[in-house]
Write a protein that binds this ligand. Sequence first.
Ligand SMILES: N=c1c2ncn([C@@H]3O[C@H](COP(=O)(O)OP(=O)(O)OP(=O)(O)O)[C@@H](O)[C@H]3O)c2ncn1[C@@H]1O[C@H](COP(=O)(O)O)[C@@H](O)[C@H]1O
Length: 99
Amino acid sequence: MATKEEVEFLYDLERLLVTRRIEKPKGSYSTKLFKKGIDKIAQKLGEEAVETIIAAKNKKDAELIGETADLIYHMLVLLVEKEIPLDRVIQEMMLRSKK
Ligand SMILES: N=c1c2ncn([C@@H]3O[C@H](COP(=O)(O)OP(=O)(O)OP(=O)(O)O)[C@@H](O)[C@H]3O)c2ncn1[C@@H]1O[C@H](COP(=O)(O)O)[C@@H](O)[C@H]1O
């Protein structure tokens, strides 16, 4: 069972990334991505997806967890760049839920 902190973490990270996109502080990896724009962000998301698939096939759990974390982070950066709130995606998934 996830803790409240774990459940809210992605929303906290989303808020931080929105701030990074506006303020663009030096030394931030997210700033680097936002400055390069959608093509670079989409390219990184694709790379991370491929690395996740490779990790899944190699059946190394720790590696797969790490690559999935990279993938989700880059997905969030993409959504923030496109100004699509994470809520919108969650709502779409809830509409599909048969529960
Ligand atoms: N979750 C992440 C996260 N996951 C992965 N990464 C970065 O994603 C990069 C992926 O590694 P790669 O080797 O593919 O890329 P690279 O060679 O570093 O860079 P490229 O030139 O290929 O773009 C690494 O630099 C990781 O540090 C992340 N960077 C930041 N976060 C979160 O974002 C928050 C804000 O980070 P900053 O914007 O850096 O302050 C942090 O507190 C974290 O919570």
